[in-house]
Write a protein that binds this ligand. Structure first.
Ligand code: HEC
Length: 471
């Protein structure tokens, strides 16, 4: 393990990454990938209507501009910051995995960065030139073309990043070929893209419908027409999103089931799958119900009700993201690197010669009676803190107490026996990466943490000790 490990002992590192990532995905999919084509479509329809009824055309145009304004403010602030934030947070939480991903996807990331910068430039131009584009039809046509480019570039940034997400779940033939191309075309890439694209369109429709229902007063002459078109947009994308979700859902077991070693794991996997299916059916039904009502009777659409599809589609995406995270475990990069940042191929070395000895940022190398607790802390830090804290979220003490009860102090021998084979019973955890002495030190450390709770400070607070490693 070649890096010092940032650690948040109350909220845990996982939660930090998850919060930033989920916020980003929701904003990116709905307000960038989905909104750009939706706003362009509305602007185009406004342009068409202007030929027949200038007043109606202007109302459509102004609504599209207001929708873009919302998306512009949110995507260029919270959206852009959380987008960068994901990689900062992830490289703190798991530096080894980000290191590997950058080596594989260097040029993909580089390209994505350029496209992202262009996307920001396009959205600036698109938004800031909107009013002037109404001066004459030629300008308007050019402006609509900008909207089209913005849509393509927004989609492309997502299409590149999704390759990295798919790769982390299942690197496919990269394990043998180790090329950017083989990593990019991993087995989950296309299914995931097929799922994310229509979901983004559907979410954008739901949010635009909600905003439009609020910004245009009841009785506004063109309100029903706009609501009708937006509902129709949702109605068109909902079945595509359902089909995309199904394809993704179908491909995950294809490539993952084989990785799951034990029946118990499969059981939990099944539970997740069942809940996902329920969420899928509920959300698709809500999408259909609202969009059919909106398409055929837009005047009857109660605006408060329109929060429901927005919340439901966010839940839908959130459930998928959680499933994706869940089934990736115990790996951070399928079959290649465990979630604790240790390579699968390094395991035999560490289990034989010791994890601490091979970790430059651990102050302890040889375990003695005098340094046992300190050594246990270092082992805990390296082997467990990517997912557990001492007493905060997913507390390791609490996990053991739930298994063994709190009547007696935690038993060192029982914990050792459990940890030695924990990956067989709870397949989402990597095997213990050290030798027997380290296992012993870890068990003593956990017992000590139960008796005298003491927060574990990350290196960002207490600094790091570096030692030289003799090979
Ligand atoms: C890849 C992330 C990850 C790593 C690394 C990890 N765990 Fe876990 N562990 C989990 C998750 C997730 C749970 C389940 C939490 C829940 O039930 O909600 C869990 C549960 C547990 C449980 C309770 C198991 C049960 O049967 O209820 C124990 C004990 C435990 N972990 C100990 C450890 C120890 C000790 C280490 C380090 C050697 C470790 N874990 C490393 C993710 C991890």
């Amino acid at each position: 393990m070649d890096f010092p490990l940032f650690h948040l002992d109350f909220m845990g590192n996982r939660l930090l990454v998850a919060l930033i990532a989920i916020l980003h995905v929701v904003i990116n999919h709905s307000l960038a990938v989905g909104f750009a084509p939706l706003v362009t479509f509305l602007e185009f329809r406004g342009y068409q209507k202007k030929q027949v009824n200038p007043e109606e055309g202007a109302a459509w145009d102004e609504t599209a501009r207001k929708l873009l304004f919302t998306a512009f403010i949110i995507t260029t602030t919270v959206g852009a910051l959380t987008g960068v934030g994901i990689w900062f947070a992830a490289s703190l939480a798991n530096p080894a995995s980000l290191g590997s991903l950058i080596r594989v996807f260097y040029f993909a990331w580089f390209t994505e960065w350029i496209i992202f910068v262009l996307e920001v430039v396009f959205i600036m131009i698109y938004f800031l030139t909107w009013k002037r584009s109404n001066e004459n039809p030629k300008r308007k046509r050019k402006h609509i073309l900008f909207g089209l480019w913005l849509s393509i570039f927004s989609w492309l940034t997502m299409a590149i990043i999704v390759a990295i997400l798919g790769f982390m779940m299942d690197p496919g033939s990269w394990i043998n070929h180790k090329t950017l191309f083989s990593g990019f075309t991993n087995p989950i890439y296309f299914p995931q893209l097929i799922f994310r694209t229509p979901i983004a369109m559907m979410m954008a429709g739901c949010i635009a419908l909600l905003i439009t229902a609020y910004i245009l007063k009841r009785g506004h002459p063109y309100r029903p027409g706009l609501l009708k078109n937006l509902s129709f947009w949702i109605l068109l994308w909902t079945p595509v999103a359902a089909a995309g979700a199904f394809i993704y859902y179908w491909f995950i077991p294809r490539s993952m089931i084989g990785n799951l070693p034990v029946a118990l794991g499969t059981q939990q996997f099944q539970d997740w799958y069942d809940s996902l299916l329920t969420v899928m059916i509920v959300v698709v039904s809500i999408g259909f119900a609202v969009s059919i009502l909106g398409t055929f009777a837009p005047r009857r659409l109660p605006k408060h009700l329109l929060f429901i599809p927005v919340v439901a589609s966010i839940l839908f995406l959130g459930t998928f993201e959680r499933l994706r995270e869940f089934i990736r475990k115990p790996y951070v990069i399928g079959d290649y690197m465990y979630a604790n940042g240790i390579l699968v191929e390094e395991y035999p070395l560490y289990q034989q010669t010791g994890l601490l000895k091979n970790s430059p940022y651990s102050s302890v190398s040889e375990i003695t009676d005098a340094n046992r607790l300190k050594a246990g802390e270092e082992v805990f830090n390296l082997a467990c803190t990517r997912c557990h804290t001492t007493h905060g979220v997913n507390s390791v003490v609490n996990r053991f107490e739930r298994m063994y009860g709190t009547e007696n102090p935690l038993n060192v021998e029982a914990m050792k026996a459990y940890m030695k084979s924990m990956h067989n019973v709870r397949y989402y955890m990597p095997p213990f990466p050290g030798n027997d002495k380290e296992l012993d030190a870890l068990a003593w450390y956990i017992q000590h943490q139960q008796a005298e709770p003491e927060p574990l400070e990350g290196p960002q607070i207490k600094g790091v000790d570096v030692k030289e490693i003799k090979y």
